[in-house]
Ligand binder design. Structure first.
Ligand code: PMP
Length: 329
């Protein structure tokens, strides 16, 4: 029996799960890193832990201090867990276009949540900039700054990448994931490419994001949207993303993502959030392009529980001209 020593040690070392139906259909091994099994329920626990530890090491965060962050929710949830464990206060700025479930969870965890109007990054009142300004007014406080703080991508370079390499015995042919801050893609891609430069790295992008165009044309211009996905897509190339080692990009639209998560729920029993749906759809596209016999790894970023009122609500989908696939019960 293996004992994991407390909350901090239970972040990372997630299973790599074969998605059976997708693997059988494509003739490839489609493998998902089960990030929904982290204590905060998402891939962002890793970045949260690394950012807090870096601030502790640098002396920026002293006992009893405060961590302020702008987040679509999951980084805030990860920070709230880590901060509770380490004795810090958490203050979260969130745009008002995110699911209510994430706000509720954050408040239950004891974080102070400030929901602010959704405005573009260029606007001074963007949630990230408000978080930075507020942190600067406090003593013994840091702005985690996940978008441009490279402790974020370092967490994936030091944990996610090595885990995938060892779990596949070095047999990974392609890695794909979508990008919010870019921490996951950057850290994992650089580690995997260092082990084997032939590993194909593919950025998976929802509609209404600029990153597909950035990879394919060099210019970060927006594609038509919007997308109902949460936590992914971006209008700019962050410091984290700038360090990624990327070969190509694929776009996945919301209906493809909805079809994927509903199908995996009803046919295999999985309950995934929207970014996992984007990632798995991208993995299937890559498998079709590469042909049978390849191993394609992606990220199962979080579970579906935070999205019951949206992704798993057929009325919400219908308002966005999306259809919830029907399955015989
Ligand atoms: N999926 C979900 C559900 C997320 O919350 C995030 C982070 N906002 C991502 C994917 C993207 O991860 P990263 O920030 O490492 O690009």
């Amino acid at each position: 029996m293996t004992i994991v020593d407390g909350l901090i040690s239970s972040i990372g070392n997630t299973p790599l799960i074969r998605i059976n139906s997708l693997s059988e259909e494509t003739g490839c091994e489609i493998l998902g890193k089960a990030e929904f099994m982290n204590p905060g329920g998402s891939v962002k626990d890793r970045a949260a832990l690394w950012m807090v530890q870096q601030a502790e090491r640098s002396g920026a965060l002293q006992p009893g201090g405060t961590v302020v962050e702008g987040t679509a929710g999951n980084t805030g949830i990860g920070l709230a867990h880590v901060c509770n464990n380490r004795g810090y206060k958490t203050i979260i700025y969130m745009p008002d276009n995110q699911s209510q479930e994430k706000v509720d969870i954050l408040r239950t965890l004891g974080a102070e949540v400030r929901v602010v109007p959704t405005v573009p990054y260029a606007n001074d009142d963007n949630f990230q900039k408000q978080a930075g300004r507020f942190a600067a007014t406090l003593d013994n406080a840091i702005w985690a700054n996940q978008f441009d703080n490279k402790a974020n991508s370092l967490s994936h370079y030091e944990s996610t990448g090595p885990e995938i390499w060892s779990q596949t015995d070095g047999g990974v042919d392609a890695f794909t994931c979508s990008v919010g801050t870019g921490g996951t893609l950057a850290g994992t891609s650089v580690y995997l490419k260092e082990q084997n430069p032939d590993v194909k790295i593919v950025l998976a992008d929802p509609m209404g994001s600029a990153l597909y165009n950035w990879v394919t044309t060099g210019k970060a211009t927006m594609t038509p949207g919007p997308s109902m996905t949460e936590g992914i897509g971006n209008s700019r190339v962050t410091e984290n993303l700038a360090g990624a080692n990327i070969d190509s990009a694929v776009q996945v639209d919301d209906q493809e993502m909805v079809d994927m998560v509903y199908r995996l729920l009803h046919q295999e029993g999985w309950f995934f959030g929207s970014s996992s749906g984007i990632n798995l759809s991208a993995a299937v596209k890559i498998a079709q392009e590469m042909g049978p016999g390849h191993t394609i790894v992606t990220i199962l970023c979080d579970g579906g529980g935070k999205y019951q009122s949206r992704l798993y609500n057929p009325a919400f989908l219908a308002e966005r001209n999306l259809t919830a696939p029907q399955f015989a019960s």
